[in-house]
Design a protein around this ligand. Structure first.
Ligand SMILES: NC(=O)c1ccc[n+]([C@@H]2O[C@H](COP(=O)([O-])OP(=O)(O)OC[C@H]3O[C@@H](n4cnc5c(N)ncnc54)[C@H](O)[C@@H]3O)[C@@H](O)[C@H]2O)c1
Length: 375
């Protein structure tokens, strides 16, 4: 059972003053009261606090200013005080905190959205759940398995609502592929191919594997999640990778390109290539070959326009994640708000985050040890 803040979902007991209650009347009165309470639940907006206002957190906080129904942005937190203050001033948010503990313990905050560096997901999630707040935590769940299991322990002990962010599951293309596979359109999936290429590298500070988990976790975890969501559990993985495009990444301790081959428990095969140097654009695509057909998900051309001249044919490309997955982020956050308000289970769970991380960690271990690793 999910733990829901008392103030939204409080169900006062019905007081009966008459000992001789007509059961028919009682049940109808009870039904009316219950109906009214449910309507109150449904009409009360969810007051959200966002922790971490960097590249993605800034976007998420702005989505809550108008694009997410039945939710208010009431508080923001960033360890960089000027960042939090500037956001709060620009958008008339009353509460702005340097220390996330103050946000998660704020009685006006009903639910917490966590978009800090990955290495902090565990501590902020646990603090929010211990404060009785439903949590949306951005992927990856953590950089370490022991931290992920610590989050799971708190989810289970407190019964907290915990949604792990994997927005590709909310993309129209990926969601349609999932339905086609379930409907048997391509038969049995036998080969999974997925590509994730960033158009340029993030900051060296962001890339530090201590904070990000490294390329195969930070970036590859989307493909690991898709692999198990679309095809099934992964049995073993073998990765290669190197610093090929950005020599300045060498001291950071992460690679800028990697390729992983997967063997699924079903016997199906997979290959994932992840890159920080897709210099032509943000290139995200996946193919699932089945015994009766193939599904191809993704697109590279942002604007539906080809320019044809004597010199050749050109078109633009998807610039970055904000453009490619903007609607998926909004839909996922809306799903979070709706499920919390309606007391439904999260669409993507802590266990999903753990399962995907287990594959990414095996992929990273394989990269370092130069051998296939059992997941
Ligand atoms: N799903 C996606 O497509 C996607 C895309 C980008 C990032 N992400 C994930 O989102 C998370 C954030 O990534 P980003 O690119 O926005 O990183 P970022 O470095 O741009 O932003 C992180 C922010 O958190 C703040 N912060 C650091 N410590 C804090 C603390 N103790 N309390 C409050 N704020 C703190 C930083 O000052 C910074 O503003 C990461 O986990 C990353 O994996 C997901």
């Amino acid at each position: 059972m999910n733990k829901i803040p008392d103030k939204i979902y409080k169900n006062e007991p019905v007081k009966l003053v008459n000992n001789h209650v007509n059961p028919v009347k009682f049940f109808s009165v009870f039904s009316v009261i219950r109906f009214i309470q449910e309507q109150q639940i449904m009409t009360k907006k969810l007051n959200v606090g966002v922790v971490g206002l960097g590249r993605l957190g800034n976007l998420y906080a702005r989505y809550f200013l108008g694009q997410i129904s039945n939710a208010n942005l009431v508080a923001v937190s960033d360890i960089l005080e000027p960042v939090a203050e500037a956001f709060a001033n620009d958008h008339n948010i009353d509460k702005c905190y340097r220390d996330y503990h103050d946000l998660v313990n704020d009685k006006d905050v009903d639910a917490v959205v966590i978009v800090t560096p990955t290495s902090l997901h565990k501590e902020v999630s646990i603090a929010a759940m211990e404060a009785g707040k439903p949590v949306f935590c951005e992927k990856p769940l953590s950089t370490l398995m022991e931290d992920s299991l610590a989050v799971k322990e708190v989810v289970e002990r407190t019964g907290a609502f915990f949604h792990l962010g994997f927005m590709r599951r909310f993309d129209k293309g990926y969601a349609a592929a999932k339905r086609k596979i379930a409907d048997g359109v391509i038969g049995t999936p036998i080969v999974f191919k997925s590509t994730s290429r960033d158009p340029f590298r993030p900051s060296l500070e962001y890339l530090d594997p201590q904070h990000s988990g490294g390329l195969l976790t930070d970036c590859g975890i989307h493909d690991m999640d898709l692999a198990r969501w679309l095809v099934g559990e992964v049995a073993s993985i073998y990765s290669i990778g190197d610093v090929l495009a950005y020599p300045e990444m060498k001291p950071v301790g992460d690679v800028d390109n990697a390729i992983a081959t997967l063997t699924f428990e079903s016997g199906a095969l997979g290959v994932i290539d992840v890159s920080r140097s897709g210099i032509y654009g943000y290139d995200i695509k996946t193919e699932i070959l089945g015994t009766k057909g193939t599904l191809q998900v993704g697109y590279l051309r942002e604007t539906p326009l080809f320019v044809l001249t004597r010199e050749g044919v050109t078109h633009d490309t998807v610039p970055y994640f904000m453009e490619r997955f903007g609607q998926s982020y909004v839909d996922q956050l809306q799903n979070f708000v709706d499920h919390v308000r309606q007391d439904q289970s999260p669409a993507i769970t802590c266990d999903d985050g753990i399962a995907a991380l287990r594959i990414s960690l095996a992929a990273t271990q394989s990269l370092h040890e130069g051998r296939p690793v059992t997941v």
